[in-house]
Design a protein around this ligand. Structure first.
Ligand code: SF4
Length: 1016
C-alpha cells in the first residue's frame, strides 16, 4: 500500500480488519519520494482499512475507490482473492461457510445502483445451476444478499450474475468462477458446544460451600469484599443448575490472584485456596460431568498481578532479570501509582502489569497455562481480551488445548465486529456484544425502533459468517450492569432473557439473571459493575418466580425443538415499532421446524400479522397474548413463541399409514394430484466410488477422481424425513458406492427415526460393489434394517473381473459375500443377497462359470444384465442380445441357477410391460417375478409416476427414474409439494389420457390392495 502523508512530516500507519484495527499497527515506511509504503501478506478476504496520520486523522485510501460503511464510519475496502466491483465478496468466511446441516451459505454485498437483483450461478459438478439470492438487508452503500446451495460436492464453483446479465467471478481471471473447498469452509466445533446453554458464574459471589447457601454478609458487593463463594458451593449448586436446564458452566478465573475477580493472576496455574484448591476443582468436574454439565474456565491473557513470579523477579532485578522482555518496563526502579515505570492495565490499574504477548517465552508460558487446565480435565476456556493478543498466539492456544482434549471448546472475548477472524483460526465462538447493544438500544435506551433493531441484527448476522454457535448471545456479563438493573420494569428484563435464550447464538446466562437479581446502579462503567456482582440469593422466597419460570421454559423449549437448537435465525420486520420478531427454522423447505418469536416492549396492546405459515400453536406466552386467525395481539410487555408447523391431523396420520394404497387409489381414479408420497424411494448416497469400472454408467470414476462427486448432506437427510416415513421400499442405488460414505448410516438412522410412529418397516435394498461388504459391515446393515443386497461381479476369474472392474478384487468380493451369508445364517436374518453381472464380449465365455460361482457362494439370485454403450470400452463390449452365442450362454447360466435353486433374472433382453399385463404372457410374468424378487420390490410400470421417486445427493427429486426431468429441490419445497409439482402432474395427466379406467383398475387390483372403506 502506498499513500502520501497529508501534511509534511506526518507519520502514517495502516489500520484495518487485518490487524483488528488497533492491536498490531502496520507502520508505513517513508520513501525518498515522500510517499509511505507498507507491505501486508493477506489471505483471501474482504478487509476494511484506513490510514491513520498522526494521532487522530483517519483517511480513506485515495488510490482505492472501493469503500464500505460500517455503522457511521466509511472505510476503504480491499478484496483479496474475491470479486471486483460492484460485488464485495471473497470465497472465505464470513462470505462463504457451511452450515451445520451441510448447506453452503454464500453472501455478497452489491453496490447500490447496480440493480436490485443478484443471482448465483453455481456448480457442484458438471451441471451449472442458477439460484436467485435473497435480499436480507442493506448498508449505506451496499445491499446484502444471501443464498444457500446444497453443499453436496467437495468443491463449488460460482459466479454472481447482475440484473443486467453481467457475470462477476474471480477478480483478474477473465470469466473464471470463484471456487470454495467445502471441507475448508466447514467451521469445526465439538458437538456439545453446538447445543451449549452457558451459565456464567462469578465464583466469589455465587455460593459459599458447606453453608446451605447462607452468606456471611449478603448486603455487600463492593470490590474489596470477599463474599466467600467457592467451588464447593458451585458443586452444591449443580442440582439447581441442572433443574434450570443449563448444560455448561463458565467460571470466572479460579486461579490464585490478587482480587476477588481473579483476572489478576498471581499464579495462573493453581486453583486458589480460598476456592477450595485443585481438589475442589477436580470434585466439581467429576460431579458436573456426571450430570452432563461441562465446565469452562477463564484465563486472562494480557496482564498479571505484580506478584506474579516473573514480575516479582523483574521488580527485584530490573533489566537484568531474564523476565524483563516479558513486560513493558521503561524505567527502573519501578514506582507505584501513575506511571510506575512499566505499562499496565487500563484505568489506572498500576498493579496489573501488561504482558508482552508477542514475546515467544510469554507465548509459551501462556500456552502451557492452558495445557495445565486442560490436563486438569476442564471442558473448555474463555479467552479474556483475546482480541488484544496476536492471532498466532490464539491459534497456538487452540492447537495445544485440542491436542490434549479434542472435545474442548474455546470462546473468546472479542470485540464483535471481526469475530470471524478468530473463529476461523482456532476459537469456536465470539461474545456477541454488538447484538447485546442492539437489544439495549431497543429495549432500554429507546434508541431504535423494532424495525431498526431487526435490520441491525440482520446486518450483524450477515457479517458474522458462521452457524449460530460461533457467537454467544448475552444480556450481561460480569463486567456490566445486569439487564434487570438497566430496566425499570422486570417485564423488560424477561423480554431480554427470551431474546438471549431463543436466538441462534449460544446463550450465556449471567448467574442470578434467571431469578431477577439486580442492583440499583445502572450507570456503572464496564468492568466496574460491582453492585451487580451481588451474592446469589439461595432462599427461593427472594427469587422472582415469574422470571425463573420464563428462563426454565425457554431453555426447555430450546432443547426440545430442533428449530430453536440449531435452526436458522431470520429477524423479520413486524411492522410495529415496539414488536421485534424473528423466525427460527430448520434449513430446508420441508417445514418440519418453524418457530416464530415475538417480543413486545410497549405499554399498550399491539396487533401484528403472523408471518406466512400453516399452523400457529403457542409454546410460551408472557403477559396477555391472543392468537387469532392470521394475527397475534400482544398486551403490554408481552411475548409469544409460536410453533408454525401444521398440526398433525388424523388425516395426516392416515395418509402415512396408507401411503401406497392412496397412491394406487389416486391412479385408479385418474387423479393426477396424489395425496400421498412415493411408495418406492431411490436415494443416491454418494457419487464417489472406490472402483473405476470401465463400463460404469454413472461417471463415478471421473467424478471421484476430479473431486466433483457429490454426497448427500445432512439437511437432505432431514428434509427426506416425511418421505422416509411413508415409503414401503427404499433403494440405495448405484450413483457411486454407498458403503464408502458414513452418510449411508445417517440415512438408515433417519429411516428408524421417521418410522418410529409409522406401522411396519420398509424393504431396504442396497447396491454395492462388495469391496467393503465384510462381516462387520453386514452386521451393521442388518442392524439398520437393510434386507436386500445386490453385489456386482463381472467375471468368474480375477483376470476378467478385475480387468473390467478396475481396483476391484474378485477374491475379496467373494470372501465378503461368503462372510455376509455367514452372518445372515448365524443371525437368522431376513436378508436377501444376490449377484448382478453385466455381460459383454470380455466375459461372454465365463457366463456359465459366473452362475456356478454364484451357486457355490450360496446367494439367492443371479441377474445377467446388458452392457450400456456409455463409452468406448462399453461400445466395444456390447453384444447383440439376440446373438446366438449370448442366448446359449444365458440359457446355460439359467440351467445352473435352476439346478441350484437360485432365482435367475435374464435382464440382457428384458421383456417390457407392467406386471398387470403379464396375464397370458409367461415370459413377462416370469421376468417380473424374478426381477421383483432380486430387487425385493414390486414394480408397477403403469403407475410408477404415482409411486416411484429418485433423490440425488443434492436434494433434487425426480419422478420414476434418474433420467427424468427434476421436479425441484428439497431446498426449495417440501417433498409433498415436489411430488405434485406441475411437471409431474402434467406427466400424470398424459398417462391418464393414454389409459382406460378399467386398465387402471386392473393394474391396481393386480398390485396393492385397494383402500379399505374406512380410509376412503
Ligand atoms: S462400482 Fe459401480 S459406481 Fe463404482 S465404478 Fe463400478 S460401476 Fe461405477
Amino acid at each position: 500500500m502506498r499513500a502520501r502523508p497529508p501534511w509534511p512530516g506526518a507519520s502514517l500507519e495502516v489500520r484495518g480488519e487485518f490487524s483488528h484495527w488497533s492491536f498490531t499497527r502496520e507502520p508505513m515506511t517513508s520513501g525518498p519520494d515522500g510517499w509511505c509504503e507498507a507491505e501486508l501478506a493477506l489471505s483471501a478476504g474482504v478487509y476494511e482499512y484506513k490510514f491513520r496520520a498522526g494521532e487522530d486523522a483517519w483517511l480513506l485510501d485515495p488510490h482505492n475507490p472501493r469503500t464500505r460503511w460500517r455503522g457511521a464510519a466509511r472505510n476503504s475496502v480491499l478484496v483479496v482473492g474475491g470479486t471486483d466491483e460492484p460485488v464485495l465478496h471473497a470465497p472465505t468466511r464470513p462470505d462463504v461457510f457451511v452450515e451445520d446441516d451441510g448447506r453452503l451459505c454464500v453472501r455478497a454485498a452489491l453496490r447500490k445502483g447496480s440493480g436490485n437483483r443478484l443471482t448465483l450461478l453455481w456448480s457442484e459438478g458438471s451441471t451449472r445451476c442458477r439460484t436467485e439470492m435473497r435480499a436480507v438487508g442493506s448498508e449505506r452503500e451496499h445491499d446484502l444478499f444471501e443464498v444457500h446451495v446444497p453443499g453436496s460436492g467437495r468443491r463449488v464453483t460460482y459466479w454472481f450474475e447482475l440484473a443486467d446479465g453481467r457475470l462477476v467471478g474471480a477478480s483478474g481471471a477473465a470469466g473464471q468462477g470463484l471456487v470454495v473447498d467445502v471441507a475448508r469452509a466447514t467451521p469445526a466445533a465439538p458437538d456439545w458446544w453446538r447445543d451449549a446453554i452457558v451459565y456464567s458464574v462469578f465464583v466469589d459471589r455465587f455460593r459459599p460451600g458447606n453453608t446451605g447457601g447462607a452468606w456471611r454478609d449478603a448486603s455487600r458487593s463492593d470490590r474489596d469484599w470477599r463474599a466467600g463463594g467457592d467451588l464447593i458451593g458451585v458443586r452444591e449448586a449443580l442440582p439447581y443448575l441442572a433443574d434450570l436446564g443449563v448444560n455448561t458452566l463458565h467460571l470466572t478465573p479460579i486461579c490464585a490472584a490478587g482480587s476477588v475477580h481473579r483476572y489478576d493472576a498471581v499464579d495462573p496455574r493453581r486453583t486458589a485456596d480460598e476456592l477450595g484448591g485443585d481438589s475442589a476443582l477436580v470434585e466439581l468436574l467429576a460431579h458436573a460431568h456426571r450430570r452432563d454439565i461441562r465446565v469452562i474456565v477463564d484465563v486472562a491473557l494480557t496482564h498479571v498481578h505484580r506478584d506474579f513470579f516473573a514480575f516479582r523477579d523483574v521488580r527485584e532485578r530490573g533489566p537484568a532479570s531474564r523476565y524483563w522482555p516479558w513486560f513493558f518496563g521503561y524505567r527502573f526502579p519501578f514506582g507505584e501509582g501513575d506511571r510506575p515505570g512499566y505499562e499496565h492495565y487500563q484505568k489506572g490499574e498500576w498493579h496489573l502489569p501488561l504482558l508482552r504477548t508477542t514475546e515467544p517465552e510469554v507465548q509459551d508460558y501462556l500456552v502451557g497455562t492452558f495445557e495445565h487446565w486442560a490436563d486438569m480435565g476442564v471442558d473448555g476456556f474463555r479467552l479474556d481480551a483475546a482480541a488484544d493478543v496476536p492471532r498466532d498466539l490464539v491459534a497456538s492456544i487452540g492447537r495445544a488445548v485440542r491436542a490434549r482434549n479434542p472435545k474442548a471448546a474455546l470462546f473468546a472475548e472479542i470485540i464483535p465486529e471481526h469475530g470471524e477472524q478468530w473463529t476461523r483460526d482456532g476459537v469456536h465462538a465470539a461474545t456477541d456484544f454488538a447484538s447485546q447493544e442492539v437489544l439495549l438500544d431497543w429495549l432500554v435506551r429507546d434508541k431504535r425502533t423494532a424495525t431498526d433493531a431487526s435490520a441491525e441484527l440482520e446486518r450483524r448476522r450477515f457479517r458474522s459468517g458462521g452457524p449460530g454457535w460461533t457467537r454467544l448471545a448475552l444480556c450481561a456479563t460480569h463486567d456490566q450492569p445486569r439487564l434487570a438493573t438497566r430496566c425499570d420494569d422486570a417485564r423488560d428484563a424477561r423480554l431480554g432473557l427470551l431474546h438471549t435464550l431463543l436466538r441462534a447464538p449460544v446463550p450465556l446466562l449471567y448467574y442470578g439473571d434467571e431469578v431477577g437479581l439486580r442492583s440499583t446502579e445502572p450507570d456503572r462503567e464496564f468492568e466496574d459493575a460491582w453492585p451487580d456482582r451481588a451474592p446469589m440469593p439461595w432462599r427461593p422466597e427472594r427469587w422472582d418466580a415469574q422470571t425463573l419460570a420464563v428462563a426454565r421454559k425457554a431453555i426447555a423449549l430450546r432443547k426440545e425443538h430442533d428449530a430453536l437448537r440449531r435452526g436458522d435465525d431470520v429477524p423479520f420486520d413486524t411492522g410495529h415499532p415496539n414488536v421485534v420478531g424473528w423466525r427460527r427454522q430448520t434449513g430446508h423447505a420441508a417445514g418440519r421446524g418453524v418457530i416464530d418469536v415475538l417480543l413486545h416492549r410497549g405499554q399498550t396492546e399491539a396487533t401484528v400479522a403472523l408471518q406466512p405459515g400453516d399452523g400457529a400453536t403457542s409454546l410460551l406466552t408472557l403477559g396477555d397474548v391472543r392468537l387469532q386467525a392470521g394475527q397475534v395481539t400482544l398486551g403490554p410487555k408481552a411475548a409469544v413463541v409460536i410453533d408454525r408447523r401444521p398440526p398433525t391431523t388424523e388425516l395426516g396420520l392416515t395418509l402415512r399409514s396408507h401411503n401406497a394404497a392412496l397412491a394406487a387409489h389416486a391412479y385408479e381414479r385418474g387423479d393426477a394430484v396424489v395425496p400421498a408420497l412415493p411408495a418406492r424411494l431411490y436415494i443416491t448416497i454418494t457419487e464417489a466410488c472406490n472402483l473405476r469400472c470401465r463400463h460404469c454408467i454413472t461417471e463415478a470414476p471421473a467424478l471421484t477422481r476430479s473431486g466433483r462427486a457429490r454426497t448427500i448432506a445432512p439437511w437432505v437427510i432431514d428434509a427426506l424425513g416425511p418421505a422416509l416415513a411413508a415409503a414401503d421400499y427404499i433403494g440405495f442405488v448405484h450413483g457411486g458406492e454407498s458403503l464408502v460414505s458414513r452418510r449411508l448410516f445417517d440415512v438408515l438412522a433417519a429411516v428408524d427415526r421417521a418410522r418410529a410412529s409409522t406401522p411396519g418397516r420398509p424393504d431396504i435394498h442396497l447396491v454395492s460393489n462388495g469391496m467393503l461388504l465384510d462381516a462387520e459391515m453386514t452386521e451393521r446393515l442388518i442392524d439398520r434394517g437393510v434386507n436386500s443386497i445386490m453385489v456386482s461381479i463381472d467375471g468368474a476369474t480375477p483376470e476378467t473381473n478385475d480387468r473390467i472392474r478396475v481396483a476391484g478384487k474378485l477374491t475379496r468380493v467373494c470372501a465378503n459375500i461368503s462372510a455376509a451369508l455367514a452372518v445372515r445364517e448365524r443371525r437368522g436374518a431376513d436378508l436377501r443377497i444376490g449377484i448382478s453381472s453385466v455381460i459383454g464380449a470380455s466375459n461372454l465365455a465365463e457366463v456359465e462359470s459366473i452362475a456356478r460361482l454364484a451357486a457355490s457362494l450360496g446367494v439367492d439370485w443371479l441377474k445377467l444384465e446388458e452392457t450400456y454403450a456409455v463409452n468406448g470400452f462399453a461400445r466395444g463390449e456390447a453384444v447383440d442380445p439376440r446373438a446366438p452365442a449370448l442366448r446359449r450362454a444365458v440359457d446355460r447360466a439359467r440351467r445352473v441357477c435352476e439346478a441350484d435353486g437360485l432365482v435367475f433374472v435374464d435382464h440382457v433382453a428384458p421383456p417390457t410391460g407392467c406386471g398387470c399385463q403379464a396375464e397370458g404372457d409367461d415370459s413377462l410374468r416370469a421376468f417380473r417375478t424374478a426381477d421383483d424378487f432380486a430387487n425385493r420390490a414390486r414394480f408397477s410400470a403403469c403407475r410408477a409416476a404415482w409411486e416411484q421417486a429418485c433423490v440425488d445427493p443434492d436434494g433434487t427429486v425426480r419422478p420414476v427414474d434418474y433420467a427424468r426431468e427434476p421436479a425441484g429441490s428439497l431446498l426449495d419445497a417440501p417433498f409433498e409439494d415436489l411430488w405434485n409439482a406441475p411437471s409431474i402432474v402434467a406427466a400424470r395427466h398424459r398417462l391418464i389420457a393414454e389409459s382406460a379406467a378399467d386398465e387402471r383398475r386392473r393394474c391396481v387390483e393386480s398390485g396393492f390392495g385397494r383402500l379399505d372403506e374406512t380410509v376412503c
